[in-house]
Design a protein around this ligand. Structure first.
Ligand code: SAH
Length: 358
């Protein structure tokens, strides 16, 4: 048997593993609790397992979480960790404390294969998908670092990468986030954000009940084809159909539509009216994100006046609209500023045909 990292297994995987070594399913319950509720990193500390079983586990399993390399704390309390993933790559994970909650912004890939023109992760190219242990490991090391005084109450899959292009691993990690034996977060508190990988939205709707956020950024195909090039493959009409399907069976749920505010590009009154028209009949919340600049970015953030005017137009059509407060700017921890260190393997440069749907 090859060595198994216990952090790679969700409950189903853990039960299958124990079945494969002739143990009962309740062993999975015990081990998950040790790992995620007691934060135990050593099999010998799992004292309700027999000595024989512990010896067997030590022979075949490891508990290996990724390692935090640096920690930066912003003036507003936002923390950014650079985390080592294998030899050559580093990703970034951000913790955003608020009065009543603590949100962890988790990465799903090393770099990103998509080429959204306003995002600094995109400029780095793509290296590989993160494993389950590297995704859930971000919560594991973050909660360890935060100790008992601050709790992670929400997770947003809004760090580096396109989570729906790492479908299986991301779903398993989100299962652990929501599993009562692991982190026990409610499905309203786990959000996956996608640029619009339509077949994967349908698959997600079928098998994993989390909150969905869609990076919209434009209300017409012509502009979205440029800002979010995956739109060339899955244009707005098919994207909106997938969104409708996602909320069909959960009547009170709303999809969050993210919309980055780019001066002179997508922030006019006409753009706001087009957005209202596009979102007609979809249970929606809109999150306007002031554009965060990064070196060599060719866009400017819309002025506060334009952003407020845009919001007011959406409000006048009864669309729930919030403006995302920028957090952690002074440590480059804001949306679209996460870079880490990516050894680009893709040489993709806008070659969208390289992007496989799952
Ligand atoms: N790939 C996923 C998740 C990662 S990005 C997605 O596209 O949804 C999380 C959010 O930050 C997305 O809405 C993304 O469009 C936005 N974002 C990216 N770059 C940004 C920037 N420079 N300023 C503000 N928001 C940005």
């Amino acid at each position: 048997m090859s060595t198994i990292n216990l952090l790679d297994l969700d409950r189903k995987g853990m039960e299958a593993f124990f079945a494969s070594i002739g143990e009962k399913p309740f062993r999975a319950t015990q081990v998950l609790k040790w790992l995620y509720q007691e934060q135990v990193g050593d099999i010998d500390e799992m004292t309700n397992l027999s000595k024989v079983l512990r010896a067997n586990l030590k022979e075949n399993c490891i508990i290996e979480a990724p390692e935090i390399i640096t920690e930066q704390i912003a003036a507003d309390g936002t923390r950014k960790w650079v985390i080592q993933m294998g030899c050559n790559n580093r990703i970034e994970t951000v913790f955003i404390p608020e009065e009543k909650r603590g949100t962890l912004c988790v990465s799903s890939q090393i770099g990103c294969a998509l080429a959204c023109t306003f995002c600094s992760t995109a400029q780095q190219g793509f290296n590989r998908n993160l494993t389950v242990s590297e995704i859930i490991g971000q919560l594991y090391v973050a909660q360890n670092r935060l100790g008992t005084e601050k709790r992670i109450t929400n997770v947003v899959m809004m760090g580096m990468g396109e989570p729906l292009l790492n479908f299986d691993n991301v779903v398993k990690a989100m299962n652990l986030m929501m599993d009562d034996l692991a982190y026990g977060l409610s499905k309203r508190r786990v959000t996956i954000s996608t640029s619009g990988v339509v077949p994967a939205i349908y698959r997600l709707t079928e098998i994993c009940d989390v909150s969905l956020a869609v990076s919209l950024h434009a209300a017409n195909d012509e502009l979205r084809n440029i800002l979010v090039p995956i739109n060339q493959k899955y244009p707005l009409k098919v994207l909106m159909a997938a969104c409708r399907e996602n909320v069909k069976l959960t009547p009170r749920r709303k999809i969050t539509f993210e919309y980055v505010m780019l001066e002179g590009i997508n922030d006019s009154s006409a753009d706001a009216r087009a957005l209202i028209k596009l979102l007609k009949n979809i249970p929606a919340k809109i999150n306007l994100i002031p554009f965060n600049p990064f070196p060599n970015s060719n866009y400017q953030c819309s002025s506060a006046v334009s952003i407020n005017r845009f919001r007011d137009i959406l409000h006048s059509a009864d669309l729930i609209t919030t403006i995302r407060r920028t957090r952690g700017e002074d440590i480059d921890a804001a949306c679209g500023q996460l870079v880490g260190k990516v050894k680009d393997k893709s040489r993709r440069h806008l070659k969208l045909n390289l992007v496989e749907s799952p």
